[in-house]
Design a protein around this ligand. Structure first.
Ligand SMILES: Nc1nc2c(ncn2[C@@H]2O[C@H](COP(=O)(O)OP(=O)(O)OP(=O)(O)O)[C@@H](O)[C@H]2O)c(=O)[nH]1
Length: 471
């Protein structure tokens, strides 16, 4: 199934299609007028709102006039109305205008996050649009149908509000090829739909005031299992089904002796239970989402292989410390540590062995600096150690301790044991002003020292304050 979309370059074609669309759904709506004057569903307002919000460039006076024309045309032709066709349909256009104005995306085209935001705004938008639409409509209708104003107003409002809230989420989230998307991804996950059918069946069988809420847990299960548009579609269908079943007396919300022998209270209790379980299911799934977010954050901030901070994680940690004022004016020491001839380890022992060396080197570094230092895999076979509040002499001593610890104990690799050495560049300074800038300056100073260590034969530490320590 693919929709034929409005085309910016063909205004006449758009106007023609909008006219037909509006007239068609007005025709459908006016044949749902029951029991008498007011329609059971008047979907055209919500449908047009959805179209105008999804295609904001249609939000032009001329297209509203086309829709209004189609509404008046339908009522003049099929309802036999004259002047009232003009006044009553003003209420419909008012609904569309208010809802579109509140939901239309203001920052650029209608993207996915815009849709979600619009979905959240549907409730207040429909409420305001329905109140205004019902007020205007009741004035016109009061003259026409001579009904009690308050009753007419509340009927009108509740119909417009419920139809808008049911239809618009679906309209705003529906993808272009829903059929193909559904078949490709979700056809095996039938459980939630079966539960929904079961819940509606139970509501019909049990009846009573609580039965309307029976589908709530199944709909939340749908929300967890299916995409937004599909859940919105199923919610729409459930809502329509319930209203139709109630109207035709199939679903008896007043309770009835012909139904299961359950009291009103039992039905209400079941209803309350299903409502209560709804937020619980939502809370459990939110908890799962939060856990997943934590795992993702952990993955982004830590290097998968060595389990040490990634470069991103280090900067993130520094930012946190900085925001807490824990870095200001403190002495920071940076050690840039690069494994010597690491390519040869890969070449001689294989990439897996190279990975083991990286893990073991990181572990030895962490054991040497302990909790006091931050160890980060800065990239490839290069590590960074950050130590706070150390004098230059202490920083160099720490660097030497790391170097010795890595060099002294051979690494057990498949096919033998190898001595691994590292070259270190050290730099230190006070973190005044912008801490991240000061930190970057330290890194670049340490990098220069690392280069000198490499150039002078590797397996040594060089520092900005005290050049080259002995091998
Ligand atoms: N096994 C493994 N190898 C890596 C990883 N990341 C980078 N390398 C390798 O590290 C090697 C770095 O090589 P070079 O930059 O030439 O450095 P080197 O051989 O250590 O030489 P020097 O630094 O000059 O002493 C490259 O062969 C990369 O493929 C990794 O995650 N695992």
């Amino acid at each position: 199934m693919q929709f034929s979309l409005p085309d910016k370059n063909h205004p006449l074609k758009n106007a023609f299609r909008l006219f037909l669309f509006t007239a068609l759904f007005c025709f459908v709506g006016s044949h749902l007028r029951q029991p008498a004057e007011l329609s059971l569903f008047w979907p055209v307002n919500a449908l047009l709102t959805g179209i105008f919000v999804r295609f904001p460039w249609l939000h032009r006076l001329r297209y509203y006039l086309v829709c209004y024309g189609a509404m008046v045309f339908n009522d003049t032709l099929f309802s036999g109305w004259a002047l009232s066709a003009f006044t009553i349909n003003g209420a419909n256009v008012l609904f569309i205008l208010v809802a579109v104005f509140m939901l239309i995306p203001r920052n650029g085209p209608f993207n996915a996050s815009g849709r979600v935001k619009s979905a959240l705004g549907i409730f207040p938008a429909c409420l305001l649009a329905s109140v205004l639409c019902a007020s205007w409509g009741t004035l016109a209708q009061g003259l026409l149908f001579r009904e009690g104003m308050l009753r007419a107003w509340s009927d009108w409002l509740s119909e417009q509000f419920s139809t808008g809230v049911l239809l618009l989420p679906f309209m705003l989230t529906l993808p272009r090829r829903p059929g193909r998307l559904f078949l490709r991804r979700h056809w095996q996950k039938g459980g939630p739909v079966l539960a929904l059918l079961g819940a509606i069946g139970a509501a019909v069988t049990i009846g009573g005031g609580g039965s309307l809420s029976f589908p709530v847990p199944a709909l939340i299960w749908c929300a967890i299992s299916y995409p937004l548009w599909l859940t919105s579609g199923l919610t729409l269908l459930t809502g329509i089904t319930e209203i139709v079943l109630v109207v035709h007396g199939v679903m008896n919300i007043q309770g009835d002796d012909s139904l299961l022998a359950l009291s009103h209270l039992s039905s209400a209790r079941l209803g309350v239970a299903t409502v209560a379980i709804g937020p619980l299911i939502a809370a459990v799934s939110m908890d799962a989402i939060r856990q997943l977010n934590r795992q993702l954050a952990q993955r982004a901030s830590h290097d998968f292989l060595t389990r040490q901070l990634s470069r991103f994680g280090l900067y993130d940690r520094l930012q946190q410390l900085d925001q807490n004022g824990e870095l200001h004016a403190r002495q920071a020491g940076v050690l840039l540590i690069d494994i010597d001839y690491f390519k040869a380890i890969n070449d001689n022992y294989g990439h897996d062995a190279g990975d083991l060396v990286l893990q073991e080197v990181a572990q030895r570094m962490q054991q040497t600096v302990g909790e006091a230092g931050l160890v980060c895999r800065f990239g490839g076979e290069e590590f960074l150690v950050l130590l706070l509040d150390r004098s230059d002499a202490q920083l160099l001593a720490q660097a030497e301790a790391i170097r010795q610890r890595i060099m002294q104990e051979k690494f057990k690799l498949r096919g033998g044991a190898a001595t691994v050495t590292v070259s270190i560049g050290a730099a230190s300074g006070r973190l005044n002003g912008d801490s991240s800038e000061a930190f970057n300056r330290l890194i670049s100073a340490a990098d220069k020292q690392l280069f000198i260590s490499k150039r002078n034969g590797r397996n040594q530490t060089t520092s900005a304050s005290q050049t080259r320590l002995p091998v």
